[in-house]
Design a protein around this ligand. Structure first.
Ligand code: NAD
Length: 253
């Protein structure tokens, strides 16, 4: 595995699923980890359990869609650990299912506020710190929804396409300043978000999607965390502005 010894890492949406698996992978690789999430109780529990396992971790409550919260999250990370080397901007919410002709502006704004503007807001404050330091690595969480369209899921897919635009733009802005910015595009990963989609009546659509996965199965959160860890480490030191699909082959055809 890749070493993050002495690095300071921040993960948003760290109380569950892909974010939690990545916070664990970062900690196991030697990083001190700030876990951020809108769910105050769950994120505290997640950080406490990492500390109980002998790792260095803290929790901060943060709504990634709220700029003041995000500024405070970065400030708290630097106040606690002294710097910010790595950020995984992962907080996200599921789609709101509706045809565009029937969809509401409120639903569109709610999804994009977290999944797109939230990533922009996090990068804004993370980059202020990294620019000052003259170093840093950012990984943004997009989706296969950032690569292909999604009928009745335009809000989510538009946001995730946008994350790739943000990633490339930030990578260009900071490439000469020792800051790398990349993205991951998870496919069908079994997390509590997928449980929520099943509860919202999307079970059949999900099953049909899994049948279309060349590897014929869901992915695990840990399989995303492993790639995020690589992108966050010096092992990917010449990689910037890229997105990596981790989807069992779903988007290759
Ligand atoms: P999850 O629901 O298990 O975890 C998401 C976490 O983000 C939760 O702890 C939640 O409390 C937190 N969160 C939600 N809104 C937030 C906000 N405004 N501010 C801060 N935290 C917030 O979901 P997951 O499946 O682990 O998803 C993580 C990321 O991966 C999301 O960006 C999602 O879009 C993306 N993704 C997931 C899949 C999948 O199949 N699970 C596929 C592609 C992309």
């Amino acid at each position: 595995t890749y070493s993050l010894g002495n690095k300071i890492a921040l993960v948003t949406g760290a109380a569950s699923g892909i974010g939690l698996a990545t916070a664990k992978a970062y900690a196991a690789a030697g990083a001190s980890v700030m876990l951020a999430d809108i769910n105050a109780e769950a994120v505290k529990q997640a950080a406490d359990s990492l500390v109980a396992s002998g790792y260095t971790a803290r929790a901060v409550t943060c709504n990634a869609a709220d700029l003041d919260d995000v500024a405070a999250m970065v400030e708290e990370t630097v106040a606690t650990f002294g710097r910010l080397d790595i950020a995984f901007n992962n907080a996200g919410i599921q789609n709101v299912l509706a045809e565009i002709a029937d969809a509401t502006a409120e639903d569109f704004d709610r999804v994009t506020a977290v999944n797109l503007r939230g990533v922009w807001g996090c990068m804004k404050y993370e980059l202020q710190q990294m620019r000052k330091q003259g170093s840093g690595v950012i990984v943004n969480c997009s989706s296969i929804g950032g690569i292909v369209g999604g009928a009745e899921r335009a809000n989510y897919h538009a946001a995730k396409h946008g994350v790739l635009g943000l990633t490339k733009s930030a990578a260009l802005e900071y490439a000469a300043r020792n800051i790398r910015v990349n993205a991951v595009c998870p496919g069908l990963i079994w997390t509590p978000m997928v449980d929520a989609m099943v509860a919202a009546g999307q079970k059949e659509a999900l099953e049909a999607m899994v049948q279309g996965v060349p590897m014929q199965r869901h992915g695990k959160a840990e399989e995303i965390a492993d790639v995020v860890l690589w992108l966050s480490s010096d092992a990917s030191s010449y990689v910037t502005g890229q997105s990596i699909s981790i989807d069992g082959g779903l988007t290759m055809r």
